[in-house]
Write a protein that binds this ligand. Structure first.
Ligand code: GLN
Length: 280
């Protein structure tokens, strides 16, 4: 027989993680862990907690064990088929919202949507936006569709299975394009550490130098952007100068990088002044 206090005390995990898993199993809020800490817990709940704690000790990400991660104030479903939303990616959402601030009924494309966190957060903040969210993984799109259906009053996101821009109709002429592509180089030791070991490899690395997805997006984005519109990309801590150079070489203007809360240049973007022939 066990109560919450005793169960947490006997758990080998960091207490914060143990509490998150126990709240998940019991469906309790943080305050209930304090006010109900001497209640005898059902044996079945104790067993489920112990099974999750053992998996966590084996390295599985908290977000996969609870099947949830908060991003931009919304609770996203997470499965092993999708990248776990990261707090630094909220910067990309802010930059997209800034880019469309003065555009009524903006059209926004999110490339490599995963959980749908970026596209759905933008749609949630801008009810008048029309979103297109792309992933080449059908399993990821299932997760993203379910998140959109649950989190949005009016589902304004169109999901498309596509390898980057391959299946996107250029006549859509987007007001901004955003992407958090796989940007970790294949030989980066981080891929063998922490949560990344359990996330889909294709969401993390291009299996090359970490820049090939970014190159592909920068190459094709000008064909899909309406005139005088922006592309914003998230990238690795040491890639900002490369990404700016690629944007400039492709003909983007106003190219700049923005730092995340840790002070790292995390997103880079620019504006593409489309050729007249493509503006009508
Ligand atoms: N920011 C993630 C990490 O380093 C990587 C996400 C990505 O490749 N897009 O853990």
């Amino acid at each position: 027989m066990s109560d919450a206090a005793a169960l947490l005390r006997s758990c080998a995990l960091p207490q914060l993680e143990a509490r998150i898993l126990l709240m998940h199993v019991l469906g309790w809020r943080r305050t209930e862990l304090i006010t109900r800490d001497r209640e005898i817990l059902p044996q079945e709940a104790v067993a489920r907690f112990e099974a999750l704690a053992a998996r966590r000790l084996n390295g599985e990400p908290i977000a996969q064990l609870t099947a949830k991660r908060e991003f931009f104030g919304l609770d996203f479903d997470v499965t092993p088929d999708v990248l776990i939303p990261r707090p630094e990616t909220e910067l990309l959402v802010e930059l997209a919202l800034e880019a469309i601030a003065d555009t009524p009924n903006p059209r926004v494309l999110d490339l490599g949507t995963g959980t749908g966190a970026i596209a759905i957060s933008i749609a949630h903040a801008r009810a008048d936006a029309r979103m297109w969210a792309v992933d080449r993984s059908g399993a990821a799109l299932q997760v993203a569709r379910a998140n959109a259906a649950r989190l949005l009053d009016k589902n304004t996101v169109t999901f498309i299975e596509s390898d980057w821009t391959a299946n996107i109709d250029p006549s859509l002429a987007f007001d901004t394009i955003v992407s958090n592509p796989p940007y970790i180089a294949s030989d980066d030791p981080h891929l063998q550490q922490g949560d990344l070991r359990f996330e889909p490899r294709g969401a993390l690395t291009d299996d090359a130098d970490g820049l090939s997805a970014i190159r592909a997006i920068i190459e094709t984005a000008p064909f899909l952007l309406a005139g005088n519109r922006t592309l914003w990309l998230e990238h690795g801590y040491d890639q900002a100068a490369f990404v700016r150079a690629l944007l400039t070489a492709r003909g983007f203007t106003d190219v700049r990088s923005v730092r995340d809360l840790a002070g790292i240049e995390r997103c880079s973007g620019g504006r593409f002044i489309a050729r007249a022939a493509r503006l009508e």
